[in-house]
Write a protein that binds this ligand. Structure first.
Ligand code: FES
Ligand code: FES
Length: 177
């Protein structure tokens, strides 16, 4: 069965057996190995991707069920030149050790910040509840979320101010009788 998948804004026509998970298709058919396989049974969060601003476990999602839906993986976060603020903040805070869990962590954090740029500690705990890290304490990860939230807010403020200036410079159209 040929299925149309939209991954990181790119459309793929993929031959599916029907039972394949999104994780299997991402890694084995599309070569998008940034999304990690670990428990394969919804326990660790390593396979997290984003769909409709939500963190989704790709190991328990059938690929056929996301036909035509936009999926974002860790590879789709950066713009190609610059890291996404969440990625950059993880780097700057030293929030990774071996790095294996980090793509899933980042996708969970991204989903959180897509919906809420002022998360409380409780909301951060909840967002990362399903993401397990064997190496590190979670403190630096929480610091990275706060840093990323600040950077995204700053960026939005800059863009909004620039838009405002452009509008002000537009010549006013005088009403004519
Ligand atoms: S591999 Fe999907 S939750 Fe562990
Ligand atoms: S950084 Fe090693 S498992 Fe999280």
């Amino acid at each position: 069965m040929t299925t149309s998948l939209i991954i990181n804004k790119k459309r793929y026509e993929v031959e599916l057996e029907g039972h394949e998970t999104l994780l299997e298709v991402l890694r084995d058919k599309l070569g998008l190995t940034g999304t990690k396989t670990s428990c394969n049974e919804s326990e660790c969060g390593a396979c997290t991707v984003n769909i409709n601003k939500k963190a989704i476990l790709s190991c328990i999602t059938l690929a056929k069920d996301v036909e035509g839906v936009e999926v974002t993986t860790i590879e789709g976060l950066s713009d190609g030149e610059n890291l996404h603020p969440v990625q950059q903040s993880f780097l700057d805070c030293g929030a990774a050790q071996c790095g294996f869990c980090i793509p899933g962590m980042i996708m969970s954090c991204n989903a959180l910040l897509e919906n809420n740029l002022n998360p409380t500690q409780e909301e951060m705990n909840y967002a990362l509840d399903g993401n397990i890290c064997r190496c590190t304490g979670y403190l630096k990860i929480f610091e990275a979320i706060e840093l990323a939230a600040g950077r995204i807010k700053e960026h939005k403020h800059t863009v909004d101010s620039a838009d405002h200036l452009v509008k002000e410079k537009q010549p006013k159209v005088l009403s004519q009788k």
